[in-house]
Design a protein around this ligand. Structure first.
Ligand code: NAD
Length: 358
């Protein structure tokens, strides 16, 4: 069976890194049917809309979405601001596709262990932050100014059903990994966190193989720096996850290596999701063949695993990335003396060759 993938290369280095991701998917033998659509600044240029209706329709009719990055100085002053790539493209796309679960892995790659800002000699880090993405304080009402603008209010709101659906994702991700789940909250202070803990505890009964513990967010921030190897899956709400996922990912090194997934509900046998590198469109290096394609390649690997349930192919892609780095190949952003600098497409070719020569 062939899987239908909507491909949104976007702007800047987006198309460059997406080309390599698709090259690698093909080399891995993943049976994808790829349909490309304009999005972000490219959508604005083509149709006057960063999220053209036909792009949204294509995404909704697909099994998964693979995205590059959007934005850049060319569109920074577009008026009205709702026509700008991020505000008029990225945010409505995430909302329309109901992407409520954000997955950000942080994994040390053997060849780049020295890039971690933490002490050398630690055991390998391999953790996943599962962050609630569409609720909490970023969306709660009321949020307003009162008292002639001198008092500001944001509201943190979570319903039982919102917590249940993200916790389900958290438990499922833990089941597909080492079966350790740490739910992070601030239950000593916040009512939303007390409900969060209550719901997660109730759901744990459905996942007897998963060992669940709870951790306060301030302690988690500290533990991530002290000993990140203790974590397998961290499940948390929107704002805590925003901060912790950035902290966790930088433990392992470069922006050009960080993939992400944003998942919605299941669609038949598949979990619908959007997969994209964490980095932006990097206008400073666009068109120069200097972009690191590994974040996009690892995002494609997450797509194969989480939307299509093909853990084997996903692991093969991850191994091929490790192998290419192990051969001493580096794009400019991760270059170090003694290694060989390669272009975006040369790095993609090297990963693809590791797969075809298995
Ligand atoms: P950025 O991530 O694009 O770049 C930050 C720095 O990291 C730059 O020096 C860039 O050259 C470097 N970098 C990023 N990705 C790289 C890669 N794959 N290989 C090598 N080097 C890489 O962030 P920015 O400069 O703050 O933003 C640029 C544009 O991207 C803005 O318009 C911003 O709004 C947009 N943006 C989009 C997304 C997205 O599409 N999800 C995310 C972040 C930023």
């Amino acid at each position: 069976m062939s899987f239908k993938v909507a491909v949104l290369p976007g702007d800047g280095i987006g198309p460059e890194v997406i080309d390599e991701a698709i090259k690698v998917l093909k080399a891995a033998g993943f049976d994808g049917e790829y349909e490309f659509a304009a999005f972000g600044g490219a959508g604005y240029d083509e149709c006057g809309d960063p999220l053209p209706p036909k792009t949204l329709d294509l995404c909704k009719a697909s099994d998964a979405v693979l995205m590059g990055a959007v934005g850049g100085p060319k569109w920074d002053n577009v008026q009205p601001i709702t026509k700008r790539p991020e505000i008029g493209g990225l945010l409505p796309l995430r909302r329309e596709l109901n992407l409520f679960a954000n997955l950000r892995p942080a994994k040390t790659l053997q060849a780049l262990l020295h890039a971690s800002p933490l002490k050398e000699g630690r055991s390998r880090i391999d953790l996943m932050v599962v962050r609630e993405l569409t609720g909490g304080i970023y969306f709660g009402e009321p949020r307003e100014r009162r008292d002639n603008g001198n008092t500001a209010i944001d509201s943190m709101v979570y319903s039982r059903s919102e917590i249940e659906r993200i916790a389900k994702r958290g438990f499922e991700v833990a089941m597909s990994r080492r079966q350790h789940l740490v739910s992070v909250d601030k239950a000593n202070v916040l009512e939303t966190s007390r409900l969060w803990r209550e719901v997660v505890d109730e759901m744990a009964k459905d996942y007897p193989k998963v060992s669940l513990s709870h951790m306060l967010v301030d302690n988690c921030a500290m533990q991530l720096v002290r000993d990140p190897s203790q974590f397998d899956v961290i499940l948390t709400e929107n704002m805590f996850g925003d901060i912790l996922s950035d902290e966790a990912s930088m433990i392992t090194g470069s922006l050009g290596l960080l993939p992400s997934a944003s998942l919605s509900d299941a669609k038949g046998d598949n979990v619908f999701g959007l997969y994209e590198p964490v980095h932006g469109s990097a206008p400073d290096i666009a068109g120069q063949g200097r972009a690191n394609p590994l974040a996009a390649i690892l995002s494609a690997s997450m797509m194969v695993k989480y939307s299509f349930g093909d853990d084997g192919t996903s692991a093969r892609i991850d191994n091929a990335v490790e192998k290419a780095l192990g051969q001493g190949l580096r794009t400019a952003d991760i270059f170090e003396p003694g290694t060989n600098i390669v272009s975006t497409s040369e790095m993609g070719n090297a990963v693809a060759e590791c797969l075809t020569q298995e």
